[in-house]
Write a protein that binds this ligand. Structure first.
Ligand SMILES: [Zn+2]
Length: 112
């Protein structure tokens, strides 16, 4: 039996399945703490820019001045899909990507 307690208001939910208990807790949050939830989501997006934002910055050229806002995992996620989309990108974006790709090991060091 899984018992979950809301840290904010003390609401409790229990279920035999962990997934069901968790989804009920998510439901509770989306009803009872809606403002707090969206605040957290927004904060998360600002502090953890995702691979899509990285990709967008590559395409707009903002990646060159803004590279330090990203981590290696963002670069690697974009690198994985790049071969598929690179031919469809304008030449200057391709050039920008090759530059980032070349300096990536330096600006996003591999974790050992
Ligand atoms: Zn609550």
């Amino acid at each position: 039996m899984y018992v979950l307690k809301c840290r904010k208001c003390g609401y409790r939910t229990r279920d035999k399945s962990r997934g069901k208990a968790l989804s009920r807790m998510r439901n509770h949050w989306s009803k009872a703490h809606k403002a707090e939830l969206s605040k957290r989501i927004r904060a998360g997006m600002i502090h953890n820019p995702g691979p899509l934002k990285f990709l967008r910055d590559v395409i707009t050229g903002d990646i060159i001045p803004g590279y330090s806002g990203y981590k290696r995992k963002h670069y690697e996620a974009v690198k994985a899909i790049m071969p598929a989309i690179l031919p469809y990108l304008p030449p200057e974006v391709q050039a920008g990507w090759h530059l980032i790709d070349k300096i990536a090991d330096r600006v996003y060091p591999k974790r050992k």
